[in-house]
Structure formats: C-alpha cells, structure tokens
Design a protein around this ligand. Structure first.
Ligand code: UDP
Ligand code: MG
Length: 322
C-alpha cells in the first residue's frame, strides 16, 4: 500500500439507542480522523432513538464543528438510516460503521489506504468476530456463502458495516430492506474494484443488539431480489422470452412429427404427441406474453423503488460552511 487519500472524507454512522456508546465512540473517531490531515465530517443519523441518543448527539455537534446530524422521524431501520446518511454526506470518500463500538475506528485509515490503491470499495472482514456463534456467526456464515454463490462477489463478510467507498460507485443505488450489506455487490456490478481488509471487532459493551434470527430470513429474501434485479430484471424477456421460444420450438417439432405421421404415414390415430404439441404451443405463446408484461411492470417497479425509505425530522450542521 503506497497511495494516499487527500480527498475529503464523510464518516456515516446509523444510531439507534446507543446513548452510552456515542461519547467514547466520537472521542475515538476524532483521535483517528484528526491525524489523517484530510478534511472530514462525521455524520450521525439518529434512527428514531428513544433513549436520549439525540441529546447526546446534539452536545457532540455543539462541541465539534465537524459533527453533522440527521434525525429521522421514527425508527426506519439500519439500511434506511445508512441511506439517509449517504444521501446527506457531502464528501467524495464515504466511510460507514456501526455506532456501538463493535467496529473499531482505528481501522478506518487502513480502509482508506486500500482505496488509494486504486480500489473503489474497501470492505471490512471481521475475521475474529465477537458475537455468539449459534445465533449470529453461523447464520451469517451461511448467508455469506450463499451470497458469494448467488452474486459471484467473493467477500468473506457481507454483514460488516465498516467499509469505505468512493462516492461515484454507490451514489445511484437505491437501498431498501437489508440491502446495505449488498452495497459492494451493487458496486461490483457497475464495475467497481473491491478490496477486502481485515478489521477488528469488539463485543458490545453498552446497549443491546437490535437484531435476531429474523434478519437472516430478510437477508435471504433480499438475496433473491438482488439476483432477480441484478441479472435479468431489466430484461425479463431474456428469461420468459427464451423459455417461450424454446417452448414454441418444441411445439413446432411435435407439429412436424404429427403432420408427418398423418400425411405421409397416413396413421390417423391420436398419440400423446398431439397433446404435447398443444401444451408447448400454448406455453410458448403465454410465456412470450408474460415476458412482455414483466418488461412493462419492471419499469414501474424501478420508479416505485425511488420512493424514499426514510423521512427526516430535523438536521444539525448540514448548512455549515466547509
Ligand atoms: N441501527 C439503526 N437502526 C436500527 C437498528 C440498528 O440505526 O433499526 C444501528 C445501531 O445503532 C448500530 C448499527 O445499526 O449502530 C448496527 O446495529 P446492531 O449493533 O444492533 O447490529 P449487530 O452489530 O448486532 O449486527
Ligand atoms: Mg453491533
């Protein structure tokens, strides 16, 4: 690693009921970011906290001009909170991490250095993950292997929020569900170069995890959506149309055989072939029609996606001069 990043950095953190973590976290972030000698901002997104996190954040913002705050109207979830943060961040280098001190701010310079080595995304890999095995690490390992298989992106840890991105490769993607974990996949699909960096991981000391096994289910469902969107949703006709044409072809073959039997061999008794012919013809025609419909529906689907997944109640420091 020899490159150096001189561009300004936005650090984005989703916050949901993390009041006891915020002050020590911000102190550690500052001690890491100051020595980098780049311009930076730290953008906390309060995702509807009810434990006084917002008051702590406002104190941090009053004491430190590099702090910027976005407060969502209610708890929308980690992915919308991150989306809100990324949308309000102003700098070309984006760093995301959790606000619970499980990710270590001390790893940020290594992620940024990985970007300097002509990568567009640097993903943290919690090699020594400090979470329970059965409830968290095992489901996550299964999800990671499935994600690698489905997306073809070879990362070890899709669940790690600690990452650095060049803005260009993620600014157009829309995030919903549990999709924030697939940001590197979406980036890879637009040609981004992805690096993986081993990062530290600490057990949670203050507050509680907001997730259980339900998330694994959501991640798996999102994976299916991702596959659909990524590979053929823009052109559903490649699937339906292909299937329809193949079906029509088989129907046509059956027709030829049936015609040969009837007109050349003069064998008039019905065979199952007639049945196949009808079924394949109908399936073919219907598949083609469904393909056309899917093309039309998918356009609307893309528009619907652009609806916001979050609503902002107030912001602090966003209008501040650089
Ligand atoms: N988080 C959030 N909104 C939510 C749930 C979580 O902003 O609805 C934040 C949370 O405050 C933390 C990060 O997302 O900064 C990761 O959450 P958590 O630590 O609960 O997840 P885990 O580390 O257990 O996967
Ligand atoms: Mg955590």
């Amino acid at each position: 690693m020899n490159g150096r990043i001189t561009e300004a950095i936005s650090v984005v953190l989703p916050v949901f009921n993390e009041c006891d973590n915020l002050e020590p976290l911000h102190a550690r972030l500052t001690s890491v970011l100051k020595p980098l000698e780049c311009e930076y901002e730290v953008l906390y997104v309060d995702d509807g906290s009810m434990d006084g996190s917002w008051e702590v954040l406002k104190r941090l913002a009053a004491a430190d001009p590099s702090v910027r705050l976005v407060r969502l109207r209610k708890n929308f979830g980690q992915t919308p909170a991150l989306a809100a943060g990324l949308a309000h961040a102003r700098h070309p280098i984006l760093v995301t991490l959790d606000a619970d001190l499980q990710n270590d701010p001390a790893d940020i310079p290594r992620l940024i250095a990985a970007l300097a080595d002509s990568n567009d995304v640097a993903c943290g890999w919690r090699r020594n993950r400090q979470d329970p095995w059965l409830g968290r690490r095992l489901p996550s390992q299964i999800a990671n292997v499935l994600t690698q298989l489905v997306t073809g992106v070879q990362l070890h840890d899709f669940g790690c929020t600690l990452r650095a991105y060049r803005r260009e490769v993620i600014q157009d993607v829309s995030l919903y569900g549990e999709m924030h974990r697939f940001l590197p996949v979406l980036a890879a699909w637009v040609g981004a170069r992805i690096a993986e960096v081993e990062v530290r991981h600490h057990p949670r000391i203050h507050g509680v995890s907001k997730y259980g096994l339900l998330r694994t289910y959501k991640v798996l469902v999102d994976l299916v959506t991702l596959k659909f969107i990524g590979n053929f949703s823009a052109r559903p006709n490649y699937i339906f149309g292909g299937f329809g044409l193949a079906s029509l072809f088989v129907g046509l073959l059956s027709l030829m055989v049936v015609a040969y039997r009837v007109f050349v061999l003069r064998r008039l008794e019905a065979t199952p072939l007639v049945f196949f012919m009808v079924v394949f013809f109908l399936t073919g025609v219907f598949s083609l029609f469904i393909g056309f419909l899917a093309e039309i529906v998918i356009r609307g689907f893309y528009d619907v996606q652009r609806r916001p997944t979050y609503y902002v109640r107030e912001t602090v420091g966003l209008g501040r001069a650089e």
